[in-house]
Design a protein around this ligand. Sequence first.
Ligand code: GDD
Ligand code: MN
Length: 373
Amino acid sequence: MNFVAAPSTAAGDRRSIVSAVSIIVPTLNERANIEPTIAALERVLRGIAWEVVFVDDDSGDGTAELATALARRDSRVRVLRRLARRGLASACIEGILATTTPAFVVMDADLQHDPALIPDMLSALDDVDLVIGSRYAAGGDGTALGTGRGIASRTATVLSRLVLRQRVADPMSGFFAMRRRAFDEVAPRLSGVGFKILLDILATTKRPLEVAELPYRFRPRRAGDSKLGAGVVAEYLLLLIEKLSGGLVPSRYVLFSAIGGVGVVVHLAVLALAMHGQVPFAVAQAVATLVAMTGNFFLNNLLTYADQRRRGWGVVKGLASFYVICGIGAVANVGIATAFYAHWSSWWQAGLAGALVGSVWNYAVSAAYTWRR
Ligand code: GDD
Ligand code: MN
């Protein structure tokens, strides 16, 4: 679109950094909310040159088709379609990067975020890098979340302090305005995992950002359903782990190893039981390996690969491939453990050595086959 400087608003003729703004709106099955969102933006952004970018992850309800039809008639409306992709945070990042205005706003499509706050956010952006629409700043209101999600949101907010470089009241907000220059500094190092783009930014920035928080009342969803589920919680933990490790260790590897650790405990417990039951060592080790392997598959499918989880028949196929891959690892596992046991006759050291060799193999090969995209 053509961003000719717009006539200034009531704010007077003070030259704002925001003469033009892009609104980034991630969508997943939000067809019924597209037109109301555009109408609301039109209402509140009089006098400011704006565009809206709907970043759609191939919604099945025709969200992108509707937005595209509207975009043909209105050059302020744009659509970015992503195929075979999922993720609120990564959608926002790609939407932001597809625009060029000196400032942008990220906002949900369901009108839970109050668009009437945007002009104030843009004015505040004259003095800071980042303006957060805040449920938890004094005067804000997050009660529309309901009791259960309210508690979850508060808990996640407290947990987020582990990775935050600065204290803000609502780091979990999905509603904020930011200067592009500040975003460009952090963009290459963002994790992009999960639901929490703002937290990602706040945990990634090297220099503390200048932040303002504007309170608003979080509203009930206008139409459609929330996409928040168990996978979102797992992805949140992935983001925390990745940021805690300074971004050096990919979160997936950390989680896979942690689950591998649980697997080793399970393995040794089963092995101990079997040894007490006078089962021959090689058989005991094989049974322990099978139990640990099955548990690890399901835990990894639930948590480590929450974003590309195998479902339905995919679980059966995934588990089968996991068995085959790990079967090879298990042969090495049992072989090494048995040799170890013959020399030192310490069943737990032998079991551990075998399990370790197996787990390294499991990670590398299952990443390439079992959970291949
Ligand atoms: N492109 C894309 N891809 N969009 C998505 C995806 C996805 O995988 N998942 C969700 N969205 C879109 C939804 O269509 C909606 O516009 C927005 O992201 C928020 O999703 P909701 O399902 O409505 O989430 P919520 O209401 O539970 O939580 C939201 O509001 C909180 C409070 O501000 C999120 O934005 C949270 O991050 C935020 O903290
Ligand atoms: Mn919502």
